[in-house]
Design a protein around this ligand. Structure first.
Ligand code: PRP
Ligand code: MN
Ligand code: MG
Length: 181
């Protein structure tokens, strides 16, 4: 079984802290989209927890859609070359689109995704991410909603995985080296 006390070297954010941050982001989004219908686009699979909690914290009318992408390239490092595994069902033309992500690491996934979705004619396109690693960023992207900036460490939990595991932790923490070495 997964054990927070041995698998993580440190808990960065507890369930309560994540919850509070999601509420802050939701309040901002509610203000900004007060007179608009927003289409939330979740990026599978990491964004599932953020999407589920953010959507429920919002007062605005929202619809949800999902996209699955995979980055080509060596090992676990993302290369910036992205392939669509599952495309959106929704037509983005004239819609107010908000991409929902769990984390921006190098920024390569979102940079590609933003360009791709921009070409589909949305009325507006913004990004909301719960986490961002400023030290890992390789491409600058304009991100309107950022939960927290975190150190450039291997983090798991609340949607973030190592080898598909740990997504279901309700906290976010630094993975202990003995787990992946
Ligand atoms: C992770 C994370 C982001 C992306 C960030 O997804 O959920 O989508 O990497 O990395 P980048 O900024 O360097 O592009 P991953 O590709 O691991 O797929 P997953 O969401 O299914 O875990
Ligand atoms: Mn992801
Ligand atoms: Mg992953």
């Amino acid at each position: 079984a997964q054990d927070v006390s041995t698998d993580l070297t440190e808990v960065l954010y507890t369930k309560e802290e994540i919850d509070a941050k999601i509420r802050e982001l939701a309040a901002q989004i509610d203000r900004d989209y007060a007179d608009k219908d927003v289409l939330l686009v979740g990026v599978l699979k990491g964004a599932i927890m953020v999407m589920a909690d953010l959507a429920r914290a919002l007062q605005s009318h929202v619809t949800m859609d999902w996209m699955a992408v995979s980055s080509y390239g060596s090992g676990t490092k993302s290369s910036g070359v992205v392939r669509i595994l599952k495309d959106l069902d929704a037509d983005l033309m004239n819609r107010h689109v908000l991409i929902v992500e769990d984390i921006i690491d190098s920024g390569l996934t979102l940079s590609w995704l933003k360009t791709n979705l921009e070409s589909r004619g949305p009325a507006s396109l913004e990004i909301c991410t719960l986490f961002r690693k400023p030290e890992a960023v390789k491409v600058d992207i304009d991100v309107k909603y950022v939960g927290m900036d975190i150190p450039n460490k291997f983090v798991v939990g609340y949607g973030l995985d190592f080898d598909e595991k740990y997504r279901n932790l309700d906290c976010v923490g630094i993975l202990a080296p003995h787990v992946y070495q």
